[in-house]
Design a protein around this ligand. Sequence first.
Ligand SMILES: *Cc1c(COP(=O)(O)O)cnc(C)c1O
Length: 235
Amino acid sequence: MSTIQQNLQDVRSRIDAAAQRCARTPEEVKLLAVSKTKPVAAIAEAIAAGQHAFGENYVQEGVDKIQHFALLPEGTGLEWHFIGPLQSNKSKLVAEHFAWCHTLDRLRIAQRLNDQRPTGMPPLNVLIQINISDEQSKSGIVLDELPALAEAVVALPNLSLRGLMAIPAPEADYQRQLAVFSQMNEAFLALKQRYPQVDTLSMGMTDDMAAAIAAGSTLVRIGTAIFGARDYSKA
Ligand SMILES: *Cc1c(COP(=O)(O)O)cnc(C)c1O
């Protein structure tokens, strides 16, 4: 078995164990394999091990990979998620190529994505990114701004508001991870009450997936534990 296959198996069992510990079923937690900076050969290995959903952070790199796999038999049924910071001059490529965007944080970009989504493609699934704890980061909105942005996004016909996403500030302590993720889950449940199509809470990475799952995550974004450490010097 290849390293990536072995890693995927390990990550899936970590997800299962975390889910079981809090009486959730593993099927409630989707695994997004974060393949940014990794070559198509690594993605092909993950596909061979049964992985279908991939997350990319850089628009052009993601589009190149999507186009690569679109021509191959093993590329059928893949689901591509854009999870990086989105600038408005790149929104068209996201609207044209991805199935999901996790990092919506302003109405102007939502409107562009809506206008640029090609007719004939299903609505782009979007998550609103919340800045839940990382004051250093400029990504995401504060929770106070969520009701207004959600209402405006729901009115856009070529977008489907599916939920929320967060990247909390790095924190080693499990209980503190849990406290931050639980705030996200509260906001998620309130949003879901108001908009029944909301079903996705994207939180949890290699170092905090257990706490994210305990707090209610429905989608974990895992890179390092599947593909190994990233080398940005080659990017
Ligand atoms: C890189 C990245 C991940 C994966 O992080 P790992 O710690 O390698 O699992 C998840 N989410 C986002 C938004 C990322 O940029």
